[in-house]
Design a protein around this ligand. Structure first.
Ligand code: GDP
Length: 355
């Protein structure tokens, strides 16, 4: 089986092409159908081709694919082994892909298996703008112990986040014990990623002086580890200054619920400098929160959050599909947009229809 896994090694271009269609190739004519037990066996034995095909089912909008995906998930869930989930955030160009390429290899060298996923709300238009370029992470992408999957397409962040959360579970069932989730440093997607990881890492540039400028305060506040990247060549000094400035700025934030004091480090993802130290710091943080039980408390809080999010989105869907509501919704929406009706009053008027 292991041999087969290697032979069928998934490439980024596979990911891209499978993602490019709402109807997965895996369920099409060219590939033989796999039964649910076949999917489960393949995933549990770490076969990345089967894993990839199952994720394609999760991402599909076809109801038959979705129910197949649900059956696979249900069968896999009892076998999910606890992995370390790390979120990696930062503005475009800060070096996220380069960093993941470097730390991914470091993590593998220590005897682990790494899955790299992404959340990019803009990818619904651009079809996977992050992790979508197969020239990025080429070394990690071709490593037998790594699995890279671009951001799923979707119209809502909630939908994309759900697919990613289900993908995490399948990857964990397939034996990946590190899950790295990349996201762009712009707002809502950070909150979604923060709500599905154990450790949230923020990458920054050595732009000393401007301290926290340009980065949303809330994102820095969420970080369990801050890393100033590109600390190489002429930028070493600048990076050190930036590290000091960010370290001072950290005192301005309230203490973290985890009880851990956020470290600020420097690295060069390009030259693999201090990458091992960053991995060691992630492990130290995880040990700390496992020992004080924040790890499990946080996972429970996250599950509760996603239950509420799922109820919210299903209710909205149910609400909009209701005939009585659908009759008046467009008119009410128009009034709200025009500013002649307040949103809360509009919601109450709509609710009246259900009573
Ligand atoms: P992303 O958009 O955050 O994923 O950033 P990329 O990983 O694509 O990197 C953007 C650019 O910064 C690329 O040209 C990289 O080669 C470069 N880069 C990334 N990390 C480093 C680093 O540690 N040092 C230097 N000098 N350049 C880097």
């Amino acid at each position: 089986m292991e041999q087969q896994t290697h032979k069928n090694k998934q490439t980024l271009s596979d990911c891209k092409s499978s993602q490019a269609s709402a109807v997965p190739k895996s369920a099409g004519r060219r590939r033989p159908q796999i039964s649910v037990p076949g999917y489960v066996e393949g995933i549990l034995s770490g076969n990345r081709t089967t894993l990839s095909r199952a994720i394609t089912l999760i991402e599909s909008t076809r109801p038959d694919h979705q129910s197949l995906a649900n059956e696979i998930l249900e069968a896999c869930i009892p076998h999910v082994k606890q992995a370390i989930r790390v979120g990696i955030s930062g503005s475009p160009g800060v070096g996220k892909s380069t960093f993941i390429e470097a730390i991914g290899q470091e993590i593998i060298q220590q005897g682990n298996k790494v899955a790299v996923l992404a959340i990019d709300p803009s990818s619904s238009q651009s079809r996977g703008s992050i992790l979508g370029d197969k020239t990025r992470m080429s070394k990690l992408g071709s490593h037998p112990e790594a699995f890279i999957r671009p951001s799923p397409a979707g119209t809502t962040l909630g939908g994309v986040a759900r697919k990613t959360r289900e993908t995490i579970l399948l990857c964990e069932a397939a034996g990946f014990n590190y899950i790295l989730i990349e996201t762009v440093g712009v707002g809502q997607s950070e909150i979604a990623v923060h709500s599905m990881v154990d450790c949230f890492l923020l990458l920054l540039l050595p732009g000393a002086g401007d301290e926290l400028q340009g980065i949303k305060r809330g994102i820095v506040e969420m970080a369990d580890l801050v890393v100033v990247n590109k600390a190489d060549g002429e930028r070493v000094q600048l990076a050190k200054q930036a590290r000091r400035a960010y370290k001072n700025a950290m005192h301005l934030f309230p203490a973290k619920q985890s009880g851990y004091i956020t470290k600020v480090m420097t690295c060069s993802a390009l030259e693999s400098i201090s990458i091992a130290e960053i991995h060691a710091e992630i492990k130290q943080y995880i040990h700390f929160i496992q020992a004080n039980h924040f790890f499990e408390t946080n996972r429970k809080t996250q599950r509760k959050y996603w239950l509420e999010e799922s109820v919210r989105s299903l209710l909205l869907q149910f609400f909009k599909n209701n005939k009585a509501i659908a009759e008046i919704y467009p008119d009410i929406e128009r009034q709200v947009i025009a500013g002649t009706l307040l949103p809360f009053q509009a919601a109450e008027q709509l609710m009246e229809r259900l009573r």
